[in-house]
Design a protein around this ligand. Structure first.
Ligand code: GLN
Length: 302
């Protein structure tokens, strides 16, 4: 199958030259640039995204086309993406978007790229919450992926998201609009916040706060370390539960009777978070593993 571009664009009055390109040769060129950073199966997945974005090809076309007419513009765009990937930049930041809970989200380096384990947390919350109109606050909302996914699935919920970063709040507001979800975002530093400054009468208080200890940096991939926001990831080793402590304390006055607390957690600190919540008087504490078998989330009742 051969695919011809339907039009030749005019750049500065000159016809853009089309180059006849063999797709297998192109695939090899892409692969050679990426195989120091990515495995073959990752390259195959990335190729779908790159070709869709730079060349407008669907997945099926990427798999079935043999020859393609490429404009210089398209080729330049394609290899710009490939170079950035080879430099460990996450594809989500390069393309400026990603998927979370079957919804599309804009992302930039001001926000963490939504993770599959956080989808599991949202799934747990949705399965646990039987209320029709719950009031929910997400602390450290980043891209807004958690409250937006919840609002999308519990349409009558009243959902708030809070973040210390104004740039993150801007991304979150854009995402709420993009997904037609009404979420109220608050630009506040939770560590300096008192209960009276926050929405109260909550049914659910939740957070995926920074929880990676600085000593764990050596275990992290370059694409996370070099590109994602430190402020969303790291805590000091001497006080790794800083955010859990503050949020759970606030929960004591913000949550309704029967209200629930949900956290995403560091896989090594499940027992520590459980103990903290117990000391604060929370009940029915349950640590849950993610699909990789790691302690990843916790819930408790007030
Ligand atoms: N799960 C994220 C990671 O491993 C960390 C998220 C967080 O600190 N809240 O990169």
């Amino acid at each position: 199958m051969k695919l011809n571009c339907e039009f030749i664009s005019e750049i500065n009055g000159f016809a853009n030259i089309l180059m006849h390109t063999n797709i297998i040769a192109l695939n090899n060129k892409v692969k050679n640039k990426l195989n120091k950073v990515y495995s073959n199966s990752e390259i195959q997945q990335l190729r779908f995204l790159i070709y869709e974005n730079a060349l407008g090809l669907t997945k099926i076309q990427t798999l079935s086309v043999q020859e393609i007419e490429l404009s210089i513009e398209q080729e330049t765009k394609l290899f710009e993406i490939v170079e950035r990937l080879a430099n460990n930049e996450p594809i989500e930041y390069i393309l400026g978007e990603t998927e979370f809970f079957n919804l599309r989200f804009k992302v930039n380096p001001a926000v963490l790229i939504p993770r599959p384990e956080t989808e599991e947390l949202v799934d747990w919350i949705l399965k646990t919450c039987t209320l029709k109109k719950p009031r929910i606050l997400d602390v450290g909302t980043g891209s807004g992926c958690i409250p937006i996914a919840i609002k999308h699935n519990i349409t009558e919920s009243k959902v708030y998201g809070l973040d210390v970063s104004l740039k993150a709040i801007e991304v979150a507001n854009k995402n709420a609009q993009l997904n037609g979800a009404q979420v109220v975002f608050l630009n506040q530093n939770i560590l300096n916040t008192e209960a009276k400054m926050l929405p109260n009468d909550l049914d659910i208080l939740l957070s995926n706060p920074p929880y990676v200890r600085k000593s764990e940096k050596s275990l992290m991939a370059a694409n996370v370390l070099n590109f994602e926001p430190d402020i969303a990831l790291f805590v000091e080793d001497r006080n790794p539960l800083l955010f859990y402590n503050k949020i759970a304390q606030l929960g004591l006055s913000l949550l309704k009777a029967n209200g629930m607390l949900f956290f995403e957690i560091n896989e090594a600190l499940g027992e520590n978070v459980r103990q903290l919540l117990e000391e604060l008087g929370y009940k029915n504490i349950l640590v849950k593993k993610d699909i990789n078998g790691k302690d990843r989330m916790i819930k408790a009742n007030i």
